[in-house]
Write a protein that binds this ligand. Sequence first.
Ligand code: CAA
Ligand code: NAI
Length: 719
Amino acid sequence: MARYTRLTEPIALITLNNPPVNALSSAVRSGIVDSVSQALKDDQVKAVVFCGENRMFSGGADIKEFSGSMSGPPLVRMIHSIEASEKLMVAAIEGVALGGGLELALGCHYRVANTKARLGLPEVTLGFLPGAGGTQRLPRLTGITAALELITTGRQISAQEALQLGIVDQVTEGNAVQAAMELALSVIGQPLNPRRLSLRPPVWSADVDSVCEVALARVKQHSRGAMAPVACVQAVRAAAMLPYSKGMEKERQLMDTLFRSSQARALQYAFFAQRNAGKWSLPNGARWNNTKARDVQRVGVIGLGTMGRGIAVSLVKAGLSVVALESDAKQLESGKKAVTAMLQRDAQRRGVGSPLHLLTFALSFHQLKDVDLVIEAVFEDMNLKKRVFSDLCKVLRAGTLICTNTSGLNVDELAKVTDRQHLVVGMHFFAPAHVMKLLEVVYGSRSSPEAVAVAMALGKRIQKVCVAVGNCPGFVGNRMLKLYMDQSLYLLEEGATPEQVDQALEEFGFAMGIFKVADLSGLDVGWRVRKASGLIGPDIDPVNPSRWRLGQRYCPLPDMLCQQGRFGQKTGRGWYLYNSPGSKEAKPDPEILNFLEDYRLKYGITPQRISSQEVIERCAFSLANEGFRILEDGIAAGPEDIDVIYLFGYGWPRHRGGPMFYASQVGLSVVLEKMEHYHRIHPDVPSLEPSRLLRRLVAEGSPPIQQWRNHIKNLHSQL
Ligand code: CAA
Ligand code: NAI
């Protein structure tokens, strides 16, 4: 797990060897301790160079070990003895040096990095802090301001930036081990005390308090309710105020609190859930590791509206060539301008050449004849999409995949009009598509495993977090979102205000409450969908609309707002008031409060006092309850996939893991009890009825979330 090699006369090499990222597992730490002691015993050895197998220094502590009881040599003590050693220690960084990996390098007396290496202390993203001296050593190298930024965000930096910040001593385009050896040979014999960061005094300066205040305000705003960033500020502040040993005590105290916190568990769960999402499986047994994806080089994008533009940009940025098609010259021109500007801005920002040569703009389907895959992003209209799909079949090569970006239409129905049902899948991007990381890959009943593999691989290539989901109205994300939105609207009917609901959700950790999000997306979008699906029609009285449609409770409030031209930010008025159309600052609107009061009076609803707890329970538990139904229906393979969808597509706070993880943390029996309670009070809302799977899991003793997949398998085998 750590290989000891004698190099030239005075140098020993210790190679961390734990693929794929050389995580500092208990065995690796033991190997390092043994190797260091071997080097110390060998009189011929004057210097030790640390490196990682396969040109990858280290991805830090082994996160898998955090859930069990820790064993092996403690990292803090190990790094301390490396730093205290009388022999010269040099880190040769290639690949990444992250978390404990960078802390190990900071314990060395010199650091050399390859130009392509990335360095960082991402512990905050896992719910704790760099607890192996990172919060005390890094500020002593970079100063407080840079250390605060790096440690509270977990941002990874390039070797060049690390050099500028003083984190590494040398950057090389060549082999870092070779460069580290040369450096070692040139400094052997020089005093080591000045290189031992723990011996440096606190990095106090007169503005420490104000710098920390600013950092604290920033982290509180950015990561609402997350404990780790706040603790990171406190730990770094200790590096400015206290000698090293006292600072380490502070680091340990803060780490002890964070390490076993529910937030740390949620964030570590999210880390693995994100990585597992790519390991898709279909109900028919096809999986990521038994299905081959063929290569895609040329992609057609149909429709250059809001979504098509972002999709085209994502594809081109990843080096794919794109043929972008619109319905008429005017639309094409406006799409072309927007896509070109986005790509040019991005190239400028990244200091790279513009990739516009990869783009072709087209008005005729014939120009798509050579593409390997098409992504359709025309209006959400089944008939239009069917026309596009059948026209495509007349020009595309036989093996070309046809993908739809529909938000929730039936993928099977679309596939039926084609001559290649097995090559049709959904690729559901999220707006803005060049920014949002989530991609739902929707397989229909006829989609081939290969088609799913191709869409998943393409998504990964354009750096999306891809989740394979089954075909049902709204798929996973939007199917659940509908119930979340419904609950928020019912809360307004029953006595809450948009601000109250949003505040409760923001305090829970959402970056934006649901009504602010609705104003941002545009209330008219859902209005059009409801009209198309027959929920709003000529037989509905616009002044006194019914609160009962298609056999269920219905809240007509958003329709009534749209009738008043309140479409959200774009019209300057929606659930909130804005200074002008397009402005972003949401202010409570007294007109909305009056409107809600009149509405309740008209329908004889006695307003209730709604607590924040009720808001969270009804919104979050409804999401989870529908998530259980989705698992029952086999639309998602496991709870982790649902959580990844909510983390990357819907702004669910990462330190709460996702709706399914949240339900598991609150306790399934509590969720069940609450859903029964709310369903009793609102029998006219069938979605509040606890799902079968939730009941079953509670009956089976509320197993941990990692075991739910087995229970779901059993449930399916009994159906
Ligand atoms: N511990 C355990 N497993 C890890 C790991 C770690 N630190 N880092 C990555 N892995 C695993 C992943 O789960 C994945 O496993 P599977 O193949 O079984 O899915 C595999 O290694 C490859 O990971 P990625 O798919 O993420 O590969 P990548 O090439 O895209 O990225 C990486 C590599 C940049 C190192 C990325 O994995 C990463 O960011 N890892 C986490 C780094 C981190 O947060 N380190 C801090 C750990 S905490 C710490 O160090 C605390 C302390 O000192 C006290
Ligand atoms: P949009 O209205 O912004 O753009 C649609 C574009 O398609 C228009 O530019 C239109 O000219 C073009 N178009 C229409 N018919 C065409 C044809 N026959 N050939 C070529 N182009 C044609 O719509 P938006 O928002 O981009 O939505 C597109 C699809 O993406 C819809 O299915 C929608 O449900 C889905 N979607 C939308 C999201 C959003 O937030 N806007 C999020 C995720 C999916």
